[in-house]
Design a protein around this ligand. Structure first.
Ligand code: ADP
Ligand code: MG
Length: 323
């Protein structure tokens, strides 16, 4: 299984920011209201994610590192109704196979557990005093896969990817406080229990943050589309500031990007892209998130319908508000 873990690691864990993504998704799944990410050297020597979520008891903590160990799915029919980010049980085993890990965790009502793992092998387990929540410290990622280390670009590039990812996640989860420490410096720290409106100001600054226009549509029964649209003069030369969340999951979608751009089309010169945050709540059986290990791409069953609804919502809003 060590080899298969290393192979799985290649699929899920491409670079330090992929580790951060998996860990913060786990923290969100564990209902944390505070997530702190500490990194050193672009995450290559240290990634430490601490949360105040549910925590794990000793038995759960031990099996969390087994391949396909997940507490989030009980049988394969659950795959049609995935409400959590995790479900494949691959992230921790994959990360463990290519790094050195120290996990501290506690459910709050009993003594905590500390587990050390070296290159996929259990090194040590003991009881520790620990407040409710989980802290996972990952050192020297890819130390045992030199080939993978070559994919790491400059440390400031990797740091940039990580902070960008956390900033984006923080927009989709404004009720959670996110804090980022890079080489001992606090570089991002939001308020907790925030609304999207105030989180937009934290991220984009007062000037742009206060100008987003909000509109919503029900799309189909039981679902919701919330759109936060920036005025056209704040357009960018990249698509980097188009954020799509589906059920809290940050995704990429060419079709949704195109829909957004079509709607802004008459207002923007060529080569300029709108800034927008689109937050969809869809019934879990409307989408398949199980098409790629990183879950960045999802399959939406009624995509054409969704795209047309989105385009008209945005067009209407832009026309009405003269954005
Ligand atoms: P998945 O998220 O797909 O279930 P992971 O490998 O990411 O798989 O995590 C394995 C299991 O470890 C999870 O199902 C969960 O039970 C537990 N776990 C991981 N991270 C946390 C956390 N931050 N808080 C509580 N439990 C966690
Ligand atoms: Mg997970």
């Amino acid at each position: 299984t060590f080899t298969s873990n290393k192979i799985a690691a290649g699929e899920v864990i491409e670079r330090p920011s992929s580790v951060v993504k998996e860990l913060i998704e786990n923290s969100i799944d564990a209902k944390a209201s505070f997530i702190q990410v500490e990194i050193k050297d672009g995450g290559t020597t240290l990634i430490k994610v601490t949360d105040n979520g549910s925590g794990m008891d000793k038995d759960d903590a031990l099996i969390a590192f087994n391949r396909h160990a997940t507490s989030k799915i009980y049988d394969s029919s659950d795959l049609d109704n995935i409400s959590t980010f995790g479900f494949r049980g691959e992230a921790l085993s994959s990360i463990a196979a290519v790094s050195q890990i120290i996990l501290n965790t506690s459910t709050g009502d009993q003594v905590g557990t500390q587990i050390k793992i070296m290159g996929g092998e259990l090194d040590n387990i003991k009881e520790v005093a620990f407040a409710q929540g989980t802290s996972i410290e990952i050192r020297n990622i890819f130390y045992n896969i030199p080939a993978r280390r070559k994919f790491i670009k400059g440390l400031s590039y990797e740091t940039g990817l990580i902070t960008e990812l956390i900033t984006k996640y923080s927009l989709g989860h404004p009720h959670i406080r996110f804090k980022v420490i890079n080489n001992k410096n606090i570089i991002y720290d939001t308020a907790g229990k925030n609304t999207t409106k105030s989180r937009l100001k934290e991220v984009f600054g007062e000037e742009l943050g206060s100008k987003f226009i909000y509109s919503e549509d029900e799309v189909f029964a039981g679902s919701e589309l919330k759109a936060w649209l920036a005025p056209k003069e704040f357009s960018k030369s990249t698509r980097n500031q188009q954020l799509f969340f589906i059920n809290g999951r940050l995704i990429k979608s060419k079709e949704l990007s195109k829909s957004l751009e079509d709607a802004y089309h008459t207002f923007l010169p060529k080569g300029r892209f709108p800034i927008a945050l689109l937050d969809f709540t869809l019934p879990f059986n409307e989408l398949d998130v199980n098409i790629h290990p990183t879950k960045l791409n999802v399959k939406i069953y009624n995509l054409d319908f969704l795209v047309s609804k989105l385009t008209s919502l945005i067009k209407d809003t832009l026309n009405k508000t003269n954005l």
